[in-house]
Design a protein around this ligand. Structure first.
Ligand code: ARG
Length: 569
């Protein structure tokens, strides 16, 4: 498309007395494919030429008829527009050759110019299990991490672990009263969670427990030895558990900077807020009034001296800016924290940090299983590792049925099972709530990862059957791809770079996910209409190159969603 634009710019510019770049900027994508691939709006010239736009369009089209276009096939007037149609053959050659040459890099650009981009994602709360509510942050955050890398940013994965706060006071109280070291060591995360739930049940009856918990947390904040030892062991046991999940998902964080990481920076934040005159004492607590900005007040320090989630987030934001000089700083956190981030960014702005405007909250809706909203408090929870294991098991059963002779079933089951969970999330607009339905996310003919993975496996199987010598570029063979299904598939493949950019700029991996469904669908349509291995030699070669490119686009695209496309399944 870019080349077509440039070509139109070169040829049209002298005819309309504009710079090629001005022409390019004016080009529009027509609303319907029948109106061409790009359109030039002639009404912008009507004042200058003192003519009606449709007349200008007709006259220019006549002049253009004499021009040789390599990429455009024809230029036709339609109302006030000149519609340009891509020349299918040169377009096909250009696109398929690009995919051929760039391989796993196809779709990547360098818009980001290496700029640092910390992405705060996953960020579970220690000593509470990694619930399925965190799955969305993990899956969306990781996709954005990969997508931003692909457009030239230096994504930096930051896990802002919830490893500080009053819940540690509660856990210590619970462990002191009802704890059993052996149980803790044998199944730490579930056991800590069990203690956490028990604490809340008991504290409902006996509010004194809450005071005790607050006291323990104060000791922890003061660095008292016993409290610190508890905290360290709870933290480490939880971290070991997360490592298993992140491994399964192929996620590596550059930084595990939990909330506790910022403890020693909190005094500076508070001092700065006082210095700037935005923080005021109120009944012993330290508050920032945000009323003039239409937001509720922020508490930086409680009257017992304890700091809060937002105090640590302020320190974290400042730290990230000092350390990374980021181009943008993303927070992939549920929509229920929208207010928190509005307050956070506003306070940063009031502290005089201009870069506050480069901080972005990327919110998402809730995820529900049939059981209703997952809540750590109520004691009903589905753990992410259980969800993943269950998905892998279901995928294994399906594969067992469909392809009993498959050699590496385990590899395929993992790819399909994990792909189902990831894609089941990522294919939805993130801001919507999702209802997770096993039948749907594993449906091989639905809008699922398996559907796309299956198209890819089919491509690989055809390529395996073809003689290896198709693996050579052949311009002539590609020029034979003129069937409607072929051209449409190629046009779809050409969109990958734009879709990746759009996913990044809108913070919406769903754009890429939906696009990959289109690719698989267009491949299937092609496959049903155009024989590959049974067509004559040159055409066969062209079609093999085409499906090779389609396979590459699927691999690259799914890869950016953190999903593997197995060769067989
Ligand atoms: N641990 C928090 C939670 O589970 C999410 C942290 C998000 N990141 C941040 N910088 N506040 O609710």
């Amino acid at each position: 498309m870019q080349k077509l634009k440039e070509e139109i710019g070169q040829v049209l510019a002298p005819l309309v007395d504009l710079d090629p770049s001005e022409v390019i900027n004016l080009l529009e994508v027509p609303p319907e494919p029948e109106f061409g691939d790009l359109a030039f709006p002639c009404y912008v010239l009507s004042k200058k030429l003192k003519k009606a736009p449709p007349l200008i369009a007709r006259e220019l089209s006549e002049k253009l008829a004499d021009e040789e276009g390599h990429f455009w096939g024809k230029a036709e007037p339609r109302g006030p527009y000149i519609n340009f149609y891509i020349a299918p053959q040169s377009f096909s050659q250009e696109i398929l050759n690009q995919i051929w040459r760039q391989g796993s890099e196809y779709g990547h650009t360098n818009i980001g110019n290496g700029g640092n981009l910390p992405i705060d994602y996953s960020s579970p709360n220690i000593a509470k299990p990694f619930g399925v509510g965190h799955i969305r942050s993990t899956v969306i955050g990781h996709a954005l991490y990969l997508i931003y890398r692909a457009i030239g940013y230096n994504s930096i994965g930051v896990n802002h672990l919830g490893d500080w706060g009053t819940q540690f006071g509660k856990l210590i109280v619970a462990f002191e009263r009802w704890g059993d070291q052996e149980k803790l060591e044998s199944d730490p995360v579930n056991y800590l969670y069990h203690l956490y739930v028990r604490f809340h049940q008991e504290a409902d009856k006996d509010p004194a427990l809450d005071d005790e918990a607050r006291l323990w947390f104060k000791k922890l904040e003061a660095g008292e030895e016993e409290a610190t030892a508890y905290w360290k062991s709870f933290r480490q046991l939880s971290l070991d558990n997360y490592a298993v999940i992140y491994d399964l998902l192929g996620i590596k964080f550059e930084h595990f900077h939990g909330e506790s990481h910022y403890n020693e920076m909190l005094d500076d934040v508070i001092e700065l807020a006082l210095e700037k005159g935005i923080a005021k004492e109120s009944e012993g607590a330290l508050m920032v009034d945000l009323e003039p900005h239409g937001l509720p007040p922020v508490m930086l320090r409680k009257k017992d001296g304890a700091t809060l989630y937002i105090t640590r987030d302020l320190a974290a934001a400042i730290y990230r800016h000092e350390r990374f000089h980021f181009a943008r700083s993303l927070y992939v956190v549920g929509a229920e924290q929208t207010l928190h981030f509005q307050q956070l960014f506003k306070v940063l702005e009031l502290l005089g940090f201009e870069w506050a405007r480069n901080c972005v909250h990327v919110p998402f809706g809730l995820i529900r299983f049939k059981e209703g909203r997952m809540s750590t408090r109520a004691g009903k929870i589905i753990l992410l590792d259980e969800v993943l294991q269950r998905s892998i098991n279901l995928a294994r059963q399906i594969i067992e049925e469909k392809n009993p002779d498959l050699e590496d079933k385990e590899h395929a089951a993992r790819a399909v099972g994990i792909g189902a969970v990831r894609f089941g999330d990522l294919s939805n607009d993130r801001i919507k709530n999702i209802e997770f339905d096993w039948d749907k996310v594993l449906d091989f003919s639905g809008e699922t990862a398996a559907y796309i993975q299956y198209a890819h496996a089919r491509i690989c199987s055809i390529l395996r059957k073809a003689e290896p010598d198709y693996r050579q570029w052949d311009d002539r063979a590609v020029a034979l791809l003129t069937e409607e299904e072929e051209v449409t598939l190629i046009k779809t493949l050409a969109l990958l770079p734009d879709k990746i950019i759009a996913s990044a700029e809108n913070y919406r991996p769903s754009i890429l996910a939906r696009y990959l469904i289109d690719v698989a669908r267009e491949f299937n349509r092609f496959y049903h209409h155009c024989p590959v291995l049974n067509s004559s030699n040159d055409l066969k070669h062209g079609r093999l190159l085409l499906i090779d490119a389609a396979g590459q686009v699927i691999t690259n695209g799914l890869g950016l969603l953190g999903i593997i496309a197995p060769e067989e399944m």
